[in-house]
Design a protein around this ligand. Structure first.
Ligand code: DUC
Ligand code: ZN
Ligand code: ZN
Length: 481
């Protein structure tokens, strides 16, 4: 006789959008069919008494199979990155489709889509990076990609792929027409260049000096400017990887003004300071990322932002480079900081680090789910992801909140070869990870095959301009009364 359900996860603490319930989750056809105290048979039953059932993690900022600004390929393929994500409790990931100089955006997205379709073990989507706004088909491709379901765009204010203000405004206006969210890496380019030149002139070339080469005011200035651009054009903007107190304040003030802005931070800004860059020799290179880790006061300010809701999303900013000639040591054994690729692995550790940290800080598992699963899914338009409710995809993670683990030197399943969190102890572990009803990881072993992940097209993003849709209202606002 056929069973009522494909799977029942029985008797766990289920974190739903309306609170935690002790009960069952039933899955049929890859979707959540019922939540509560269930009768009925199932082809498979997992007993979860005493365990926590959370939605699969939604990580909306990861660099996978992407060429860095320095011309270095990431250490991870879609196969390795998504294996790592799955065992760490993440079932949806958004990475980047990076435009090469002169390349049509459409062809960049096609190329990355092919790689992901072959390799991704979990569900995925792309932010397309506009790095060369001079291509003739810029507006056409933004509109076309957005209509086809690619509804988020990434811009930089700095590096060799940074756009000037005029180009940023133009892309934001086009994105508004297209209904796409614009995500920005916001640091002031001139201040970064100036700081770097001053440091190099003084012979300050160690990984620790990388932190000084990204002055906090460079982040503050660019974040404030981008918030004003969002306000000016009434275009939704996501400020990526906020790292310091004043930049967070700039977002808070913009939100208070009603500007359509949202922001993200990452575990490495919430759990570490620039001290990690000051290790023996060039060891600090393993922790080098941009913006850099800041000070203890910033860590506390960011946690306050998580607590008061200023921070909407916690993403990994997974940017994998090996500690060898293929990555961090590409310029030799003793590189100067500008020669070291920026980024840390994070896909696999984001959820366990945050599960542990939210518990230690008594912030509650519901808030954890909000910033690591539900809000990222909603903002970016993944309507069937990020929450345990009837009709949603059955992306579910069974957590053992008693299991204690101390990370080791090289125990991650990405292709990076080191774990920046070695020695860090976490309590709480994702024991069983389920995607669309199928087990994709169990006790640290990935069960999903390359290609099992689905591309996630988006109909609409979860945020709207606050003014009239389809009509920039800055002219109205400027009109004298
Ligand atoms: N910073 C980014 O913005 N992206 C990738 C890596 C990094 O450190
Ligand atoms: Zn960035
Ligand atoms: Zn990034």
């Amino acid at each position: 006789m056929a069973s009522d359900f494909d799977l029942i996860i029985a008797g766990g603490h289920v974190v739903t959008p309306v609170g935690v319930i002790v009960g069952d989750v039933a899955v049929r056809g890859g979707q959540i069919a019922q939540v509560g105290d269930l009768a009925g048979s199932a082809a498979r039953r997992i007993e979860a008494a005493g365990k926590w059932i959370l939605p699969g993690g939604v990580d909306v900022h990861a660099h996978i199979e992407q060429m860095s600004g320095m011309g270095l390929m990431n250490a991870d393929t879609f196969e390795t990155a998504t294996q790592s994500a799955a065992v760490g409790g993440t079932t949806s990931v958004v990475s980047f489709a990076a435009q090469a100089p002169g390349q049509r955006l459409r062809s960049a997205v096609e190329a990355y889509s092919e790689c992901a379709a072959r390799g991704a073990r979990i569900d995925h989507a792309f932010h397309f990076i506009v790095a060369d706004p001079s291509v003739p088909q810029l507006d056409e491709d933004i509109a076309g990609l957005s209509a086809a379901g690619h509804k988020s765009i990434k811009l930089f204010t700095t590096y060799n792929i940074g756009l000037d203000d005029a180009a940023i405004l133009r892309v934001m206006a086009t994105a508004r027409e297209a209904g796409a969210l614009v995500c920005v890496h916001a640091e002031n380019d001139a201040m970064l260049r100036f700081a770097k030149a001053e440091l190099l002139a003084r012979g300050m070339t160690r990984p620790l000096h990388h932190a000084l080469s990204h002055p906090r005011l460079a982040e503050v200035e660019a974040v404030e400017r981008i918030c004003r651009f969002a306000e000016f054009l009434d275009q939704p903007v996501m400020l990526f990887h906020i790292s310091c107190a004043e930049a967070l304040d700039a977002v808070r003030r913009a939100k208070d003004r009603g500007a359509p802005v949202w922001c993200e931070t990452c575990p490495h800004y919430l759990l570490s300071t620039a001290d990690v860059l000051d290790r023996e020799g060039v060891e600090g290179a393993k922790w080098m990322c941009s913006p850099p880790q800041r000070a203890t006061e910033d860590v506390e300010a960011l946690w306050q932002g998580v607590t008061d809701g200023t921070i909407d999303v916690i993403s990994s900013d997974h940017a994998p480079y090996r500690f060898d000639v293929s990555g961090k040591l590409n310029a030799g054994e003793n590189p100067r900081f500008p020669e070291i690729a920026n980024g840390m692995p994070g896909l696999e550790v984001r959820m366990p680090l945050m599960f542990d940290a939210f518990h230690r800080r008594d912030l509650g598992v519901e808030r954890l789910v909000r910033v690591c699963c539900t809000t990222p899914a909603q903002l970016y338009g993944f309507e069937t992801k990020g929450a345990i409710a009837v009709g949603m995809d059955a992306d579910l993670v069974i957590w053992d909140d008693q299991r204690v683990r101390t990370y080791g030197e090289n125990d991650l399943q990405d292709n990076v070869g080191y774990n920046p969190w070695a020695g860090h102890e976490v309590t709480g572990w994702p024991e069983v990870v389920i995607q669309r009803g199928a087990v994709v990881a169990e006790d640290g072993i990935c069960r999903a095959a390359p290609g099992d992940g689905h591309w996630l097209p988006r109909e609409t993003i979860g945020v709207r301009p606050t003014g009239d849709l389809g009509e920039m209202n800055w002219l109205e606002k400027e009109r004298p009364t």
